[in-house]
Design a protein around this ligand. Sequence first.
Ligand code: CUA
Length: 327
Amino acid sequence: MPPPVRRRPLAAACLAFGLALAVTGAAAAANGGFTPPAPRSENAERINDAYYFVLAFTAGVFVLVEASLIAFVVRFRGRGRGREVEGPQLRGNTSLELAWTVAPVLILAAIAGFVFYKLPGIKDVPSAQAADRLEVRVEGRLFYWRFVYPNGAVTIDRLYAPAGRVVELEVTSPANDVIHSWWVPALGGKIDTIPGQTNRTWFRAAKEGVYKGRCAEFCGIQHSAMLAAVEVMSPEEFDRWLAEQSMDRQALGKQEYEGVCAKCHGFEGEGGIGPPIAGNPLLSDPAGLEQLLREGRGAMPPVGTGWSDGQIEALVEYMERKIAGGG
Ligand code: CUA
């Protein structure tokens, strides 16, 4: 009689296989699963194609390997043979060995070929008439996103864009900052923000909507707070918004306070990292506050490097309103 312990590996393998099958549906569901979200820009679509092309091969290899594993476990089981007795010894099978050498080479060549075929459509910014393109500077900062539009308007953490137009992103971060990574999965791949260098990426959002993103490079204590959103509007709505935005100091001050200051400080210290803002003597010293923002101090990064005077004033005005009980 074979000791009962022998049945356990078989049972475990069957159980694991069953579990894997049971969770396949959940894993493939885009939201909260392991597959990318539905693409909303051509470059994201091509990344998605590459993902599923590779997945098809890996799924095939997985099923083949696991099925043969289980088949071998069953076929070559002990059948009452004593534990000390060796099983049948099999050696060499030229056609099998050729097959498992050649097949992977062909698979890798197919994957490489497909990816290189898709790559230009992912990387290269498509040509478009000036009226159908928009250039935005994307700065990754400790610990927020700063977007600068062609007319000088600035937004924090939320990028506004027109549907159907090519949006070219100049992705960078200031020389005294660190590397972050811009990533809005539905609108394309990741791209690093490298201090003092400019990387380029793009998207052309097919539909209006809000697309979520985040910093994808561990950059420090508030990395997880570097959430981003891209709000895509109709082109007419966007043009109107952009014209108004360059004059809207109140909206800018609020975004700066919430995206740049409050994450670490909080009004009453809710940020848990920096000291509370309420009651800080710098609030009544705009010049001192500006210096702190632009140059940083101790553990505080120079969050205001590169800000226009208007940006600094918008923040100071917002804080004054907030202290006075408004905001
Ligand atoms: Cu910025 Cu992580």
